[in-house]
Design a protein around this ligand. Structure first.
Ligand SMILES: Cc1ncc(COP(=O)(O)O)c(C=O)c1O
Length: 347
């Protein structure tokens, strides 16, 4: 899919998904779709608050700064706990929380499996935004789970809340009431959908400026909208059809190819596949300056990686992550190009 104008990475262009094989959705014991992961999360927290006495909601310290900010405007009882985001085997010590708390466990980069204690424990919600359909997601035993879909699935917007098959929580996920009028999320969907279509056929810098602008406007609407709205039926249909496809087979194949090509570098460590499905090629850094310099080098080669996430302050040696996209958009020649760009970076 080599194209010098759109380059590699960043958000998905519009894609025909018919060629992607389907995977089973039997791990979903009831689910609801939303316009974004944050709405799925708020819906789940609100349902738990309505049905249980809740004192605090705990989020991991190392987490998406925009989502933290968004949730902080919605809840006054948020707290943060520490966990090493770059150790796929690090487990949360649930004994430090009250049974009246909600703990959000993040499936960091699709690599983790969260162990749920059998003794008295808080309510546990897992976030599989970076590990949609990874083993940790499919085998989850949490009370409830959520994911932002648009990070894995080529959709303009998307989020899901579900009860895992192995959950013993006595709570169903009721449907949202339909609204009489069109709402802002329909505008946001349209903006990002237009951006994805333009990106798919982009041949000029002018088109590129336009699709980036449309995408940015759609993203901005998510940041300023707190209301959880039901999906437009057309959007719901598109989302449902795209939900359970084997996106991860491509990542795993590309990840293996990448390992055969990549040289070691003192500036970063490559996070292992461990027991999961890596969200991308995950490079963890001790020094932010090293990350910034490699990122700039890659951008000069039209490779646009994601920083996950700046502005987090954690007490671990590795503190910064660069994700390089290796999803279904890319094949062997693309991976070879990306690997050689990383290898030639002289830190
Ligand atoms: C781990 C994680 N969870 C949830 C979200 C929220 O997803 P959305 O942007 O779809 O609201 C994000 C967003 O970046 C995220 O990184």
């Amino acid at each position: 899919m080599k194209s010098n104008i759109i380059g590699y990475g960043s958000f998905f262009h519009k894609t025909d998904l018919k060629k992607l094989p389907a995977v089973s959705n039997s791990f979903l014991n009831g689910h609801q779709l939303f316009y974004a992961g944050r709405y799925a999360m708020k819906y789940v927290f609100d349902k738990l608050i309505q049905n249980h006495e809740i004192v605090h909601i705990w989020l991991p310290q190392y987490y998406c700064p925009f989502v933290k900010e968004w949730l902080e405007t919605a809840y006054s009882n948020l707290k943060y706990y520490d966990i090493d985001p770059f150790d796929p085997y690090a487990q949360i010590d649930y004994s430090t929380f009250s049974t009246k708390d909600i703990v959000l466990a993040n499936n960091y980069w699709g690599l983790k499996k969260n162990t749920i204690p059998t003794r008295a424990r808080p309510l546990i919600v897992e976030d599989h935004s970076h590990g949609w359909l990874s083993p940790g997601c499919i085998e989850s035993e949490a009370d409830l789970c959520i994911a932002s879909l648009r990070k894995t699935v080529p959709l303009p917007l998307g989020g899901i809340a579900w009860k895992p098959l192995k959950s013993s929580l006595q709570l169903s996920l009721p449907q949202l009431k339909s609204l009489p009028n069109a709402h802002e999320m329909e505008v946001a969907w349209k903006l990002v959908d237009t951006a994805m279509a333009l990106k798919a056929n982009c041949t000029t810098e002018k088109d590129k400026t336009q699709f980036l602008e449309d995408y940015g406007k759609g993203e901005q609407l998510l940041r300023t909208t707190q209301e959880i709205v039901p999906l437009n039926p057309d959007h719901e249909k598109v989302m449902a059809q795209a939900l359970c496809k084997d996106y991860n087979a491509y990542k795993l194949k590309n990840w293996d190819t990448m390992q055969t090509l990549l040289k070691g570098n003192d500036a970063f460590k490559v996070l292992p596949k461990a027991q999961g499905t890596p969200f991308g090629l995950l490079l963890a850094f001790k020094k932010e300056d090293d990350l910034k310099r490699l990122k700039q080098h890659l951008i000069s080669k039209t490779i646009y990686p994601a920083e996950l996430w700046p502005k987090n302050n954690i007490h671990h040696d590795y503190k910064f992550l660069l994700n390089i996209h290796i999803d279904f958009r890319y094949g062997k020649a693309d991976i070879a190009y990306i690997a050689s760009a990383i290898n030639e970076w002289n830190n």
